[in-house]
Design a protein around this ligand. Structure first.
Ligand SMILES: *Cc1c(COP(=O)(O)O)cnc(C)c1O
Length: 375
């Protein structure tokens, strides 16, 4: 691309046939949840090995609903990572439970499973691991810990559609698995999400929590026995989702190719020369939702972002350490509690990464970054 064009850090890639299909849905006379939602859920379920799947209007509410289905509320502790979008911890507060954090692994930037296990108390009821940038944690170890301590798992796989563990798609095994289809995710419905569940009883509860707690029977039977919200996906969104889902393998393959090109272009001495830290170079399991580096302390993230912007390159920022937000400080969290997360939260940046980017774009980003980090 020419340096006159701005390269964003992320961009949805929606093909013409999807755009045409949305037009058809709009003309069909049925635009909210209907046949397209059912078809999208059916295709997702097939991909996740036949497990029940329900769609929602955000990834955030899928996690809140999973916590409700698991019966988690006041007095219960839920352990998660401080390096995630704040939604991951907010849903714990939303159901009245107590968030507990465990520090992250400096290499993967995901929750450190040993520290997670050390944070378990008799009040711990669930854990919410996050797969930052789409990279799963050690799934065998995660589920061994959950089994040992009888904990529910709500996987925040918001970024991990298309990622795998030992050849199996994330979501095709485990306990609750939550995905987001927000606009920056690998596949999108503009806003939306889905939850993979364990059985028909959980799926029925998910449907109730999704729409005001309502159960219908016969022509006119209606009953409300739990408090639900308004979280359903529209057929317009599901039409986008169906078009995107058909592209999932292509999108994942292109992102893997771009990640590989980042490593090759930056070269094996990049970390030594600049003091920046690359992500783990594991290419097969990860969907490369993000390509993130941790900057050396000698440059501030704001400076780095501004100088890359001067070269027409957009840089993302995922994420600030959650426990240092005012809302969480008011609960007693403070600086020094999770030092690795705090350093990463200060210095992490996301380089441009989206499926319609080219290898030339990658080279342009690498050259600009080497220039900025040189002084
Ligand atoms: C995007 C994201 C969410 C929230 O998903 P929404 O669809 O925006 O509600 C939660 N956790 C992580 C890690 C995310 O990346």
């Amino acid at each position: 691309m020419s340096t006159n064009n701005f390269l964003p850090f992320s961009k949805p890639c929606i093909d013409e046939s999807t755009i045409a299909a949305v037009g058809e849905t709009l003309r069909s006379g049925w635009i909210t949840n209907g046949p397209k939602v059912l078809e999208f859920e059916k295709q997702l379920s097939a991909y996740f090995g036949g497990r029940p799947v329900r769609t929602f209007n955000s990834g955030t509410c899928t996690m809140e609903i999973a916590l409700r289905i698991a019966g988690i509320g006041a007095g219960d502790e839920v352990i998660t990572t401080p390096i995630s979008w704040v939604a991951t911890a907010n849903v714990i507060l939303e159901v009245g439970a107590t968030p507990v954090f465990a520090d992250v692994d400096p290499v993967t930037r995901n929750i450190d499973l040993d520290k997670l296990e050390a944070a378990i108390t008799p009040r711990t009821k669930a854990i919410i691991p996050v797969y930052l940038a789409g990279k799963p944690v050690d799934m065998d170890k995660l589920y061994a810990i959950a089994a040992r301590h009888k904990l529910r798992v709500i996987e925040d796989a918001a970024q991990a559609i298309g990622s795998t563990w030992q050849g199996k798609p994330i979501g095709s095994f485990g306990d609750f698995v939550s995905f987001s289809f927000q606009a920056n995710k690998n596949i999108t419905t503009a806003e939306g999400g889905c939850l993979v569940l364990n059985n028909a009883a959980e799926a029925a509860l998910a449907e109730k929590y999704r729409l005001q707690g309502v159960t219908r029977s016969g022509w006119d039977g209606i009953e409300v026995d739990v408090l639900g919200g308004k979280y359903n996906m529209t057929d317009i969104a599901a039409t986008i989702g169906l078009g995107q889902f058909a592209q999932l393998n292509t999108i994942t393959a292109q992102r893997r190719k771009l990640a590989k090109h980042y490593f090759a272009t930056l070269g094996k001495d990049f970390e030594k020369q600049t003091g920046a830290q690359l992500p783990p170079a594991e290419l097969a399991n990860t969907n490369w939702h993000l390509f993130q580096i941790v900057l050396p302390e000698r440059i501030t993230r704001a400076d780095f972002m501004a100088r890359m912007k001067e070269q027409n390159i957009g840089i993302g920022y995922h994420y600030a350490a959650i426990h240092l937000f005012k809302l969480y400080r008011a609960l007693g969290f403070k600086e020094g509690m999770f030092p690795i997360a705090e350093r990463i939260g200060r210095q992490i940046v996301s380089l441009p990464m989206f499926a319609t980017m080219t290898e030339v774009d990658v080279e342009h980003v690498c050259a600009a970054m080497k220039d900025v980090l040189a002084g």
